[in-house]
Ligand binder design. Structure first.
Ligand code: PLP
Length: 453
């Protein structure tokens, strides 16, 4: 197919995927089931997965860096998780009752996550941040949420503003009252945070991704988190670490364990439930107890904060979560994912520099972030320091046409990595990393042949 462009090749090689996508367009808006899975011209379809690999239609093989949107720390279908879930499946998936597994699951969470004095399981990361914010409002009697531009906390009304560029645009469907109740600060700007806290006594909580927006696309650091801890204490504002993606990934105790900073509340999901759906809010006993019926009866305070949820702590997710957290506890996967991610970032940056492109690959821990076409032709990719770049360039500054061709070219070369990067899993080997670097090099060659760069 030497004479075809990347996009023409994509249409030919993934012809069966295109047929499915055409059917999907009559079923789902855009033919997909998650905004991030939207792919132009159409997505590939995955049939099965194992370890670091996924197989598409006709057995086409990919090395996977989506890592289950971050839910898979170990790899696909890890044998211990498969065994635990298979065993549980035949014993029942929903008892509509308390069960021993929820205790074991929560005990592991309390052992690993420093802020976890109490635990409440929920259905997803979005539910977790929704609950944490409502707890903060109930506890403080105040209304507003302070969040950072670019930081993602799920898709409910209080947090969906200012996630993607243009950061100051309204999001459809959010009532004006809630827009007014969401205060947005630029990331990593402690003076802006202090000004907001000083001028607005109605701020109930500050929510932050402790590794920075979208697991480090706009990174942040321990010093900033320490300053946030200090300011929120000074102004009696609840500090929420949204560890839905960083929890159990950055270290067994998440980012708070790594940086040794303890928030008031923490939201968890993804790895928590071992690759199955599930989430949790953990934190100070006196805050979590606002959902306690017993406490409500014992005290003279007003009504308790309601919290139902059909799939809270369901036994299937609990079984997967327990198997996962037992492995997380060893700390071994974290060393592996961080090492392979660093190797991958370095290798990709070498390729970028060999080709003399104004691209960069950066990230911390298991994160591999792409910035495609930043405009500084003099800067070596290896020297790229995201802290010196405007957040609007880091998240939203990549060239859309190049990103699309890179994504399609990488898929054609057997690598499934999103246009803005991905995450490593413990199942990734050094050979996988080398194969990915070679695929990147080949894709860049094709992009040059297509006169895109
Ligand atoms: C930091 C963070 N918070 C919240 C969420 C939302 O979680 P869920 O997709 O389980 O609703 C995500 C999902 O990617 C996330 O990364």
């Amino acid at each position: 197919m030497a004479n075809y462009t990347i996009l023409e090749r994509y249409q030919k090689v993934f012809e069966k995927d295109r047929e499915l996508a055409e059917r999907a367009n009559y079923i789902f808006p855009d033919g997909v089931t998650h905004d991030s899975r939207y792919t132009d011209p159409f997505p590939v379809y995955i049939d099965r997965a194992q370890g670091a690999r996924k197989w598409g239609l006709d057995g086409v093989e990919f090395i996977d860096y989506w890592s289950g949107h971050g839910a898979l720390l170990l790899g696909h279908s890890h044998p211990e998780i498969v065994e635990a879930v298979t065993h549980q499946m035949s014993r029942g998936t929903h008892y509509g009752a308390s069960h021993p597994l929820e205790l074991e699951w929560a005990s592991l969470v309390m052992e690993l996550v420093p802020s976890a004095e109490r635990v409440r399981f929920v259905g997803s990361g979005t539910e977790a941040t929704l609950m944490a914010i409502r707890l903060a409002r109930t506890y403080t009697g105040k209304n507003k949420v302070l969040k950072f531009a670019g930081h993602f906390h799920g898709w409910h009304d209080s947090v969906i503003l200012s996630v993607n560029p243009p950061y100051d645009a309204p999001v459809p469907g959010i009532p004006k009252g809630l827009i007014d109740a969401t205060v947005v600060c630029p990331p990593n700007d402690i003076d802006a945070v202090e000004r907001c806290l000083q001028s607005d006594p109605d701020i109930a909580c500050l929510i932050v991704e402790p590794t920075g927006a979208s697991f480090g696309v706009i990174p942040t650091n321990g010093e900033f988190l320490r300053q946030l801890r200090g300011l929120t204490q000074d102004y009696s504002v609840i500090l929420i670490f949204d560890e839905v993606i960083s929890g159990f990934r950055v270290s067994p105790g998440g980012a708070q364990g790594y940086y040794q900073i303890t928030p008031d509340l923490t939201t968890l999901a993804k790895i928590l439930a071992g690759g199955l759906p599930g989430g949790a809010v953990v934190g100070k006993k006196e805050i979590l107890n606002l959902i306690s019926i017993r406490e409500e009866k014992a005290s003279q305070r007003g009504k308790k904060m309601p919290h139902p949820g059909t799939f809270n702590a369901n036994p299937l997710s609990a079984s997967a979560g327990i198997a996962m957290l037992k492995i997380v506890k060893t700390g071994i996967p974290h060393e592996q994912v961080n090492r392979t991610a660093a190797m991958l970032r370095n290798g990709l940056n070498e390729v970028i520099d060999q080709h003399g492109l104004d691209w960069a690959v950066y990230g911390e821990f298991s994160g591999v972030k792409f910035l495609i076409g930043h405009g500084d032709a003099e800067l070596r990719a290896a020297d790229f320091d995201p802290y010196t770049w405007d957040y609007r360039t880091l998240k939203g500054g990549s060239n859309a046409e190049l990103t699309k061709n890179l994504r399609c070219g990488m898929l054609l070369n057997g690598i499934d990595i999103a246009g803005n990067g991905g995450m490593t899993m413990a199942a990734h080997t050094e050979e996988d990393v080398q194969q990915t670097i070679a695929a990147f090099d080949q894709t860049i060659e094709w992009m040059k042949a297509d006169e895109l760069i």
